[in-house]
Design a protein around this ligand. Sequence first.
Ligand SMILES: NC(=O)c1ccc[n+]([C@@H]2O[C@H](COP(=O)([O-])OP(=O)(O)OC[C@H]3O[C@@H](n4cnc5c(N)ncnc54)[C@H](O)[C@@H]3O)[C@@H](O)[C@H]2O)c1
Length: 360
Amino acid sequence: MDGNSRSTATMTRENQQHIIEGPTSVGATDRSAFKASENELKAANEAAANNNGMVRGATPDTPTIPSIENIVPSHRLDGHVTIVTGGSGGLAHTLSQALAAQGSQIALVDLVVEKLATVEFELQEFIKVNKLKPVTISTWACDVSDAAQVEELVTAVPKEHGGIIPDKLVHTAGYCQNIPATEYPAGRAEHLVKVNLMGSLYICQAMTRQLLSHRKRRKSISHNINSVGEALPFFPNASFVLIGSMSGLIVNTPQPQVAYNMAKAGVIHLVKSLACEWARYGIRVNAISPGYIATPLTKQVISASPEGAALQEAWTSKVPMGRMAEPKEFIGAMLYLLSRGASSYTTGENLVVDGGYTCW
Ligand SMILES: NC(=O)c1ccc[n+]([C@@H]2O[C@H](COP(=O)([O-])OP(=O)(O)OC[C@H]3O[C@@H](n4cnc5c(N)ncnc54)[C@H](O)[C@@H]3O)[C@@H](O)[C@H]2O)c1
């Protein structure tokens, strides 16, 4: 490179900086220079508006006035397909209602499709009674611990949703077992880990593979650079929310559940690992770790024990808020993490929603 071309390159960088920072910060004194700067700034702001309102270096010194949509995040999910695993479960049932209310199409996934038909019917009733915009809901039988089944599921979902590639995930599939460690049969512990932990990896892998392969077919990945040379994420809307548990952080008492605890600890670190690998694609991966929730899972644990009421009392006595959660108390966390506007800089996070349990 000769001296001239070097200085041209420098000029270009300065000009870019000038546009981004605005006229006040480049010391423009004469009116025509100021006017030119204003025009450049206007152009930059328009470009920024087209780029989802992201303005690099927007500080009180820069006269950028954002629109309300760029300040108050929307939690609408219109045009997206959310895969909800564990779709027949207590938590998923409530979360799916919130997804439908926000306009998301939903692919409900669980072991048995018959039970999902009831869930789908109830969701359609929910939509009708509340006069919501109709959304497509599909139901799928899939064992998330079987990587091949998961791959097949993810490939098939777009066919039922007008070709839309799912870029939102709410992964709730899982189960708990209370067996003392000394008596835990290896096969049962392995199965639980396969469902709760490996299933979490499989569904994320399959969705990301599909997003990436779709992208490659459409255009070369090297084109994804903005005017100031920053790499742009391919999938800025993609957000995976995995349901972990406070059991991934603490050891529940008095019931023994070593396999569940270690699997949920794995989920929390899984989201961090995937978040780091896939941030370059714009895919965000986060966990929500609930405390005790009043769903069929916990009700079954309570009713399966002769000391059920005492067990519940033992649990709630350790919760600073003094009670179990309702499933609807996780909707806010889910919508926050799914919303691009609300949580665009949040990835690898484990959002603990436990009434304060893990504080003590
Ligand atoms: N209920 C709680 O107190 C609590 C607390 C912390 C975390 N969680 C977690 O929240 C999630 C949802 O729990 P829930 O209370 O709604 O339980 P739930 O039992 O009501 O729902 C779980 C669903 O997952 C499905 N599932 C199980 N194995 C599967 C597999 N291999 N493939 C596909 N689907 C499978 C089940 O059929 C069930 O419908 C679970 O991951 C659970 O570990 C629950």
